[in-house]
Unconditional design. Sequence first.
Lengths: 63, 421
Amino acid sequence: MKLLLDSTRCQGYGLCQEPAPELIDLDEWGYAQVRATEVPRDGQDAALTAVAACPNSALRLVK
Amino acid sequence: MTGVFSLLPEGRPGLLVPAPGAAPGGSEDLARYLSVGGYAPLPAPDRLLDRIAEAGLRGRGGAGFPAAVKLRAVRDAPGGAVVVANGEEGEPGSVKDRWLLRHRPHVVLDGLRLAAAMTGAGRGCVYLSDTPAERAVRQALAERPPELPVDVVRTEHAYVAGEETAVVRRIDGGPALPTAKPPRPFESGVGGAPTLVANVETLARIALLHARPDAAGAVAGSHLVTLSGGGGRSGTGGAATLVEVPAGTHLKVLADLCRHGRSEAVLLGGLFGGLHGAGWTDLQLDHDRLRAAGGALGCGALHFLHPEDCPVSVATEATAYLAAQSARQCGVCVSGTGALARTLTAVAHGEADDDAADKLRRWSGQLPGRGACGLLDAAARIAATLLAHFPDRVDAHRRAACPACAGATPEDGRRFAVPVP
């Protein structure tokens, strides 16, 4: 699975990072940065939680 | 030397420049284009596609992506395809696309109908912002009605307006602003159809590959290059030279052509390929080699710095221009280009904090690839290459005022903008 960020939608809420610190960093302005697009098998629950946490639907998890 | 000419080896006429038989300032007309083999029938589109692949033609919009791979992706995607000739030249230092549309509209339209045949497209579009180019294209379409419906779509000129997803959005009636990828236009473009967005020079070279199979290597292996040099204290881009050259040409040869051989530095790829200092004369015009040198060929525009120019002020103006041209859709681009431009302005004016170079270095590593388009990457590369090639110059600005950097930083790109010859 791939974790994709639509940077035009990321408003820097930062809510995605806490459930998925291994997948997502926040930069010094608070915007999300996906650490590695390919999500390992044991990271998929965290990725789904991060996707659901974004108030602006900026994250997607796709095959 | 300024103007428009070819540097291809003797015995072989220029392929795209100058326009054959056209009156100065005029367009190549249909009769003339037909006489050089234009609009020849295409009984086997797949054979032309194979020729494009064998010749190794790469796209001329900036990314240098293999043209045959893109054509096949559009052909193989489900649904009726759309083909777009992209003539919106966003880089202020490039003139080749507008020149081609103004003076050789038929070779571009020929490439567009060939691309339609290869991809099975039933609709075409010419996308541009330049008024004289639009006039020439409309006249050419009236001279020879195309085999498929072709719309001419105008946009406002802007740095991001020629980015492929911005092109699709504008043709669909929206603003000419990029969207997040995926999907790319080959999957879902104009009206949701698989869409080929091809630079007008790429299409012109496809037309040449069809008309002149004997010259396939030269067609795919030559570039239209815009050369300009800083005007020093005048702060303008000066005159442009549009030249067609073989890939691999040394940049020193190009600089000598427009009398900038003693330049201290060169800005590559319009604003996309960064600043290059000592040793730039040994660089060669080639996507892969320039990438290996930390640069990029981009759209093939080269801006040589005037002896009175300071690389710091050039980098400052370039990033300020990019920050002003941000579509302001991606927060990271607004913050990132703003931080780069403000910090470089402070460096230029001798007002930077001690950690300015560290910050610039950090940002130029963190920011590439994070915006919906390449604008943020361009700004990051300018900062990265300034620090890589001119660390002492950057440092010297902390100790003594730099006369070239004094004054306001224009955000309108006037230092880089050149008129179409």
